[in-house]
Design a protein around this ligand. Sequence first.
Ligand code: CO
Length: 459
Amino acid sequence: MDKKPIKIMDTIFRDASQSKIATRMRLEDILPIAEKLDKVGYHSIEMWGGATFDSCIRYLNEDPWERIRVIKKRMPNTMMQMVIRGQSLVGYRHYPDDVVIRFVEKAAENGIDIFRAFDALDDVRNLKTVIETVKKVGKTAEGTICYTISPVHTIDLILDKALQLEDLNIDTFCLKDMAGLLAPYTAFDIIRRLKESLKIPIHLHTHDTCGMGAMTCLKAIEAGVDIIDTVLSPFSEGTGQPPTESLVLTLKETSFDTGLDLNLLAEVADDVRDMRRKYKEFDTDLGGVDSKIMVTQIPGGVMSNMIAQLRQIGAVHRLNEILEEIPRVRKDLGYISLVTPTSQLIVVQATLNIVTGERYKIITKETQELLRGGYGETPGPVNRDLQKKALKGKQPIQCRPADLIPNQMGRFRGELKGITDSEEDVLTYALFPNIALDFFKRRRDFHPTLTNPKELPAS
Ligand code: CO
């Protein structure tokens, strides 16, 4: 039989830290583990992007750019991967093209090898600037489509978007199942169709929230997938990815043998288990299988936030009505995915529709912006009556949203004169102006933050 070693990306320093311990993993805990994982033989390790940037400056008092450089030194043999929210980079709104281009250039220069770019609406136009810049600086561009379930989300739609991404010269294609909804046999069908049509390697990202993760990965491998995301066992399962060691063992001595060093993985897993205990305070893991997700399609993190917010306004008894309203709002908004930042948008609008006693009595700024076309083109058509009401007679935009945002790097450089002249700092400020100024001040004075997990009792 022909050999086809499956390549593995471990999500330990990004997705797993974000899904399980609220992105609080500190650099000093990452480094000794990174050094050992460098010898395992991974395809790549995800260690930047998503919420890590925000968390570094907001909670950890760490420079996110320094994090790339230092990990690179300890992990010189393994490709470093980041996840990037298209035109929103690692923030929550669309940034001008000059900020996007400079951000990608600087991330590459500091050490990122692979850029996984996704867009909440899967509007390929929102990925164009990122992908073109990644290609220009000679790094690996991974184009991504989010997996979700709705009447408009067919395999043909995924395929169509994947081909649009291939036209942008991406190096690999990723199917991103952020909520863990992808069932094993569906994965088989989708991956087989993608393999028939695309010439580039295919990467699968899933979560184990519904308990299907490992089975989904295995069926995807049988259908021809090339790269799989897993995480070292102490951060695996539940809202994390399926465990790396189990997949390595499953494929051992088959034509898919990963070649990863299982003894070394077991040794590092012990270290990681000890390390995770330090972050008990931030542990958001409920453990086990959450099949409610299957019905509601609401990612675990969103659900726990929603319940906390309903408690605050004394409306937790309306939870079931809100859960029933969510699919209706999603339909009105063109079946957008529940992924950052559209998940928050849907939940807030559905909650208002129930607690005010009248649907769309209040239309949030974000819902208006979506209906205006400000996030891009929705997968399905939006409710036209609602759109008219929200835009009050104004016409929605048809172009790529960033086409209407003027370049701003010059202004940001000017605003930071006398504070810093580092381009990395200018980018940090462009993304999170208020938090960045506060962070620069703390970095100068170096007052350790109160959220330092090391100051918490380790038990
Ligand atoms: Co994920």
